[in-house]
Ligand binder design. Sequence first.
Ligand code: NAD
Length: 357
Amino acid sequence: MSKTYLITGGAGFIGSALCRMIINETNDIVINIDKLTYAGNLESLSLIEKNERFNFEKIDICNSDDIANIFDTWQPDVVINLAAESHVDRSIKKPDSFIQTNIVGTYVLLEGARGYWGSLKGAKRKNFRFHHVSTDEVYGDLENDKTLFTEETPYAPSSPYSASKASSDHLVRAWQRTYGLPTLITNCSNNYGPFQFPEKLIPVIILNALQLKKIPVYGDGNQIRDWLYVEDHVRALIAVAKHGALGSTYNIGGYNEIKNIEVVRLICSILDKIKPLKNKNIKKYEELIEFIEDRAGHDIRYAIDASKISKELSWFPKETFITGIEKTIRWYLENLNWSSQFLNLNLEFDNTNKETL
Ligand code: NAD
């Protein structure tokens, strides 16, 4: 029997990938609610917008009346909460929307879910699930050794973003423990892939390189991240939402620990092959790299132990970083119109390049 998913933040990077996968690969119904902040974009859903199993409502998760109404109208079986302010640099400059959406919004959603779940009977009540999507950044950072974040690692967030996500995770656990709400939490490493807003590291590298702009690298670029292709994350979310043990947390990671500077060099070398420069002054994209002042409180290393989800739910990432990053670069090259909605892309830097773009 088909399920009804209530997805919050489904016009964002990961949420839109989740909506596309559920609509394209299952018979389930999706109700996507999103406030459409600067990061939300309905264009990312254009491939499924006409599907009769897909529904969109422009709603702020902090609005308790609207949330109660959504539960009442759509009677969802599963909630997957992705709505969030998600950019660390923005959280450092202006934390208030992070506190509102990530903490207060999660609280409003939990209360909406609790009221709705309390009204359900029989199998509908037994099978209801509330899945909160979080980040590995709640664990703080690791030394440059072999240690990994496990589901038991104590929380030690560094930025306003990660502190707000950590707070929301605590609320979800408290609603499970105090009220018995059937919840699940996933903490995932850095995602990359198509439709990522062009302020995040990987689209910045690709789009700056294509415009022959400097490619900014924080500090010495030796920060290590564990990268996961967005569709691998989304498959993990569906597996946890459907089959995860209630009350549990699952770490999700890509088994791809790489230094930021290596990510930048790899993207530059792939672009050298698929989009070679024909410019007198710059022979290789790598020449555009510029080291800039480090981010305040910048975490050194994140690395995930994803063995629990692999063992319990047989989930493994399908993409390696090499295969995923090449797909991502090709997607940005083929979809420059999508990025140009947000950026004034200056791709007319050089006539030779213009012809081949
Ligand atoms: P994103 O910034 O691309 O998208 C967030 C979406 O939430 C946008 O569509 C935005 O309009 C919407 N939104 C923001 N405030 C809202 C509100 N008050 N009400 C309703 N909608 C609102 O983020 P993303 O990268 O897709 O991340 C999605 C989730 O996954 C977040 O919770 C994030 O913390 C988590 N996460 C992200 C990553 C990553 O690498 N991107 C890694 C791990 C976890």
